[in-house]
Design a protein around this ligand. Structure first.
Ligand code: SF4
Ligand code: SF4
Length: 308
């Protein structure tokens, strides 16, 4: 069975990538599962989507923990622990990173037993706030690495998935997907099918019978904060919204009420951003009437203190 995970940020097309790859595998005669995993998150948040494909019926369910291929659409996710990009990689796995840095650089940087490949970044958006859509590119590269998908099957799957968006969108993405496919030709088929988990290896848990207790005794006790306010969800942000108070018109009901995370607080009519919980979705940048909020790359904004 092939087990493939696509990692990216919400808006980059990882769900579409998994659907295109899944449809292409189906067209080649495989049984397929494909599903995204993003919970209630949104644009810019780390998400992943996964595909299983086998010639036999697939009984395995749930997220993929031991992938044969991991495709990373956005290399800024690799150091983000919550993204779990490197989870489960072993010496039989292939890690494909969409990046402007070389495979050698990533091999030196990452302590992973997996084989590391790079899909060169074809285009970098001029607007840092714009998340490039790379679903078709990632699906095309992955299709070639598996070595069991023809260009025709890839094109048919892509047309099936993107057809409702119109011929211009289909053609643009098809060109990119096929270009990515051909960039991988030298390593076509490098991904091998993982070994099937054997039911005979399964060790049942050792059950412990607990005496029944009333709810006042048996209800769980919470020892550590794990609510959204206690968890610093702002850690995965790559772009930071910064308010220019000289331009700010104090129309706080706009930015504070439209921030989906309630990360903009208002005191005496003055908005401030809670950077521990701001996820960098940049909704506030888009809605601020006088354009008083600017998106700054997190790396250069790191040294800035919260504006007073
Ligand atoms: S929407 Fe913009 S101008 Fe209005 S209070 Fe918020 S930051 Fe200031
Ligand atoms: S403060 Fe702005 S960028 Fe941060 S979560 Fe709220 S709307 Fe998104």
């Amino acid at each position: 069975m092939y087990r493939i995970r696509f990692h990216g940020r919400g808006g980059q097309g990882m769900k579409t990538a998994s659907r295109i790859l899944g449809s292409a595998l189906f067209a080649e005669g495989f049984e397929v599962q494909d599903a995204p995993r993003y919970g209630a998150e949104r644009r810019g948040a780390p998400i992943f989507a996964y595909v299983r494909a086998d010639r036999r019926p697939i009984n395995e369910r749930g997220i993929i923990r031991r992938p044969d291929l991991v495709v990373v659409a956005d290399d800024t996710l690799i150091p983000v622990p919550a993204a779990g990009v490197l989870a489960g990689l072993d010496a039989y796995s292939v890690l494909l990173i969409h990046s402007h840095e070389s495979a050698d650089t990533w091999r030196r940087r990452l302590n992973t037993p997996a084989r590391v490949l790079v899909l060169p970044l074809i285009e970098e958006s001029a607007d840092r706030a714009d998340l490039p859509y790379v679903g078709a590119v990632c699906a095309g590269a992955a299709a070639c690495l598996l070595g069991v998908i023809s260009e025709d099957a890839l094109a048919t799957a892509l047309r099936d998935e993107l057809g409702p968006l119109g011929e211009a969108v289909v053609q643009r993405n098809l060109d990119k997907a096929l270009a990515a496919y051909r960039q991988m030709v030298e390593v076509c088929g490098v991904v091998t099918e993982g070994r099937e988990a054997n039911a005979a290896d399964y060790t049942p848990p050792e059950w412990i019978s607990l005496a029944f207790e009333g709810a006042n005794v048996s209800a769980p006790v919470i020892h550590a904060g794990l609510t959204s306010s206690a968890v610093k969800t702002g850690l995965w942000r790559t772009l930071r919204p910064v308010i220019d108070y000289d331009r700010c018109g104090r129309c706080w009901w706009v930015c504070s009420s439209l921030c989906p995370d309630g990360a903009i607080q208002v005191e005496e009519g003055r908005p401030t951003i809670d950077y521990d919980h701001c996820k960098g979705c940049l909704v506030c940048v888009a809605v601020c009437p006088p354009h008083a909020i600017e998106a700054q790359p997190e790396r250069t904004a790191e040294s800035l203190e919260t504006p007073k």
